[in-house]
Design a protein around this ligand. Structure first.
Ligand code: HEC
Length: 255
């Protein structure tokens, strides 16, 4: 029977989160670093929403509804070919979900640290003044976390596809588009006014943040502590003749 399990904010979150993470991987390039950073911060806003949603959202989206006990996991694994149904997340999916949120948060935090330390940009750009600037550990953590995230995404998609093969009647894959699963017992969720407001508020913050960052790339979260130098303006000849090898403008020779 049709049961409304994933409300609109849950589905919108899911697709914004998936798209943003895809964009973060696509902008993993030195020339696109500013965009990469904007996307990273905006994913942090999405995570903030998901945190509150996990506490005060509708039943199946709450962390308290995630069956995380070892007992539940064992039961899930021993019933994997039978037809025990889960209205919300099954235990394996719940572990992957929690891991995804934690790893994404660590990826963003290590990303902001790398951005500040190695690029001298953003909130933590002052760390580039100190002995930290020789440190590459945060970049390594950032890369490690993002690799871990890819593994979790593969696990997530693998889980969805195997669910599709083993329990097609539940319509789990469709449910992230439509909100509806097909269950033996009807279980519907409905949002209260507070939950609607929470979803709406975060969506507005998310959109405003993107608009603000794209139109205002000199903001505190992105700005470099260095002044860009236009070598061409200082000495065009230097740029055309020497810049292929010398990256720094030798003002003491070329005054
Ligand atoms: C093909 C690459 C290349 C190009 C083009 C080039 N240089 Fe150099 N330059 C070098 C190398 C290599 C050194 C030696 C660096 C060293 O010893 O550390 C050097 C050294 C120098 C030095 C001495 C620096 C020092 O600290 O003693 C000066 C001055 C210099 N270049 C000026 C220029 C100027 C001016 C131009 C443009 C007209 C130019 N170079 C173009 C490769 C290049």
């Amino acid at each position: 029977m049709k049961s409304y399990i994933w409300t609109l904010p849950t589905r919108v979150f899911h697709w914004l989160f998936a798209t943003s993470i895809l964009l973060a991987f696509l902008t993993d390039d030195d020339n696109l670093l500013t965009y990469h950073a904007i996307i990273g911060y905006s994913i942090f806003i999405l995570l903030g929403f998901r945190f509150f949603w996990g506490i005060a959202g509708p039943k199946y989206s709450r962390f308290s509804d995630f069956p995380l006990s070892i007992k539940a996991l064992k039961e899930f694994l021993s019933n994997i070919f039978s037809h025990k149904e889960y209205a919300g997340h099954n235990p394996a999916a719940s572990y992957v979900m929690i891991a995804m949120f934690v790893v994404t948060a660590l990826t963003i935090i290590s990303g902001v640290l790398t951005f500040g330390i190695q690029e001298g940009k953003g909130l933590l750009s002052f760390l580039n003044n100190s002995y930290y600037k020789e440190m590459e550990i945060f970049e390594e953590i950032h890369e490690f976390c993002s690799t871990l995230l890819i593994i979790l995404i593969v696990a997530h998609i693998g889980g969805v596809l195997s669910d599709r093969l083993l329990k097609p009647e539940t319509q789990t894959l469709n449910s992230i588009f439509t909100g509806y699963k097909t269950l033996n017992i009807v279980k519907n969720v409905k949002l209260n006014i507070f939950q609607k407001a929470l979803g709406f508020l975060f969506l507005i913050i998310f959109i405003l943040f993107l608009v603000f960052s794209f139109t205002n790339q000199g903001n505190l979260l992105l700005v470099s502590k260095y002044e860009p130098i236009n070598y061409e303006k200082k000495n065009e000849l230097f740029v055309s003749e020497c810049a292929s090898c010398h990256t720094l403008y030798p003002s003491k020779y070329l005054a």
